[in-house]
Design a protein around this ligand. Sequence first.
Ligand code: DC
Length: 222
Amino acid sequence: MNKLAPVITLDGPSGSGKGTIAALLAKQLDWNLLDSGAVYRVLACAAKRQGVALDDEERLVDVALKLGVHFQNHRVWLEGDDVTAEVRLETTGMAASTLAVLPKVRAALLQRQRDFQQSPGLVADGRDMGTVVFPQAHLKIFLNASPEERARRRHLQLKGQGVDVNLTSLLDEIKARDERDSQRAVAPLKPAMDAIQVDTTALSIEQVLKLIMDEVRHRRLI
Ligand code: DC
């Protein structure tokens, strides 16, 4: 894999800043971007459309293998329909987290994610990018922040989108999702042994980005 395009993995819980940082990093480097959470989220949308239960592993594998998903210009398409707004809903995130515990479903999505490793490089964001999907990645970052700060960020983001949600219920949802994502048997949310761990609670986006770019240069990835 090291002969292929270089990979930077950004893992962490929701609200840790990894989505924002990954997008900015990919833009700055002019590399490809894999938002692996969106892949799980689109699968949840497809399952809902087809009336497939979130614990029906065999049928979900079938849906995953045939998933007609397309990412372009920050938009997500499922079988030709723009599902960008639906993909970002909290309920979709919860559904994605539920089906993501199923080992065969994760296996069915593996190659689809690895296919993103293309020249000149890839920034991959998710939960298991550094541990399972790209274990040979050239740089692994694990971002975290306190649950309260993550709920606050998500609240702000939703408010900006005109969505009014209760901060306390957001915090409860974040904690529930953390619990499920980190306690599952297969590919749980955890830092890779060789990941650089960054607590972003008191850091700005610019500070986190600078820290990662310094490491990118130090490792001569550019
Ligand atoms: O990063 P996100 O909130 O878009 O991810 C939604 C859910 O998808 C997350 O709660 C768990 C699952 N997921 C996963 O299991 N592995 C990944 N690499 C990315 C997401």
